[in-house]
Design a protein around this ligand. Structure first.
Ligand SMILES: [Zn+2]
Length: 385
């Protein structure tokens, strides 16, 4: 791999050779900041960078600074300050995705799920350490569009979160909430035109799906629904990339591989508790409950944690970013840290493209927006408890 040389201080690519040292080692000079260095120094810096980057990722995944101090031989306090310093230089998640999405203008999701979690971030005095995180998540893919952290839940935190979406031109006609009065009121205030569903509708939709799948020939109905919903999205990147330009072409394609497609729908339904949109807030709570170092300034850590979750691959090699954008599957956490939104000249393999399409279309069926009238007798469905 031939990476382009950049300045070790300011990351500028405007570098010139700058003679040799007495021992004959090549020196470089940065034209932007005048820093000079040798290859030896450059390698040392790179190693240091990849080490702290690795440590930060492990930390975000749940390892404690005490554990990490054993891998990187120093004190837990020093580990903490190194990680905090490293993550503080990463871009703001909201800015990062806004830059990324501005190119293709497809950031308006079909439905936004609002989910919040109370958590306590100190070991010592739980009475005074209540914090609250509010998430605005794409209901279909679990992609975090915005988050907000503060001390305790309030009307204000939800309004602020929703206004943040508005200011960034992220709009939707449908919201899904867990039914809490406080978030519903905030939606009515900030997005008065939108329709609000509650989690119950999602459960109902799952039951419809289960009912449908249990029948002998659900293929046509489900595949028709999936195609119709997919083409009602603002974003049809992956179908276009595969040359499936209209509903008929997608329909024909899905019918030709219907066993594979329906298997994905079935498996997703089967593993639903794990896949539910709430899995992220639950994961968040698991990571940050009693996390006493968070309180000084939670943002660098939480910001990077969000990015890490969105840019980690699932078992199919797809990130949530890839699912949401139906693209960009090659961007990773390291790209985020370096504020890189362009990875030119990449092509997904046909296999990954195909999987991405099926995963996205399967998720369309789960949206509690279009509840068709079930053509079967729903009350008698054996799968409805
Ligand atoms: Zn420089």
């Amino acid at each position: 791999m031939n990476e382009k040389r950049i300045c070790i201080r300011c990351k500028s690519p405007d570098i010139v050779k700058h003679g040799l040292t007495l021992k004959g080692t090549q020196r470089f000079r940065c034209l932007s900041c005048n820093k000079t260095w040798t290859i030896k120094k450059e390698i040392k810096e790179k190693n240091k960078y990849s080490q702290i980057s690795k440590i930060s990722e492990l930390y975000l995944d749940g390892r404690t600074s005490r554990e990490l101090a054993k891998i990187y031989p120093t004190s837990p306090v020093r580990i903490n300050s190194m990680i905090r310093q490293f993550l503080s230089s990463s871009p703001n998640w909201h800015d990062y995705i806004d830059n990324l999405l501005s190119e293709k203008c497809h950031k308006n999701p079909k439905q936004i799920y609002l989910s919040g979690k109370k958590f306590y971030c100190s070991w010592n005095n739980p009475d005074f350490n209540e914090m609250f995180v509010a998430f605005a998540i794409d209901s279909m893919t679990g992609f975090i569009l915005a988050y907000n952290v503060c001390f305790g839940e309030s009307h204000h935190i939800w309004v602020e979160l929703l206004n943040n979406l508005k200011e960034r031109n992220i709009n939707t006609n449908f919201f899904l909430t867990n039914g809490s009065e406080i978030s519903i009121n905030a939606v009515s205030q900030t997005f008065p035109e939108s329709d609000i569903k509650i989690s119950y509708h999602r459960n109902y939709r799952d039951k419809e799906l289960a009912c449908c799948l249990s029948r002998s020939s659900p293929e046509n109905k489900l595949i028709n629904d999936a195609v119709r919903i997919y083409f009602s999205l603002n974003n049809q990147n992956i179908a276009h990339e595969l040359g499936l330009k209209d509903e008929n072409m997608l329909l024909e394609y899905l019918l030709s591989i219907q066993d594979e497609f329906l298997e994905i729908v079935k498996l997703r339904l089967f593993y639903r508790t794990k896949l539910y949109n709430d899995s992220l807030p639950i994961l968040f709570k698991k990571r940050f409950e009693k996390f006493h170092l968070l309180k000084d300034d939670p943002n660098p850590i939480i910001n990077s944690w969000v990015a890490k979750q969105m840019l980690s691959k699932d078992e199919n090699g797809l990130t949530r970013l890839a699912l949401f954008t139906q693209d960009y599957s090659k961007l990773n956490f390291d790209d985020f840290i370096n504020n890189n939104i362009n990875k030119p000249n990449f092509r997904h393999s046909k296999k990954v493209q195909n999987r991405l399409l099926l995963e996205v279309v399967a998720r369309c069926l789960e949206l509690p927006i279009f509840t068709n009238e079930c053509q079967f007798d729903f009350d008698k469905c054996c799968l409805v408890s």
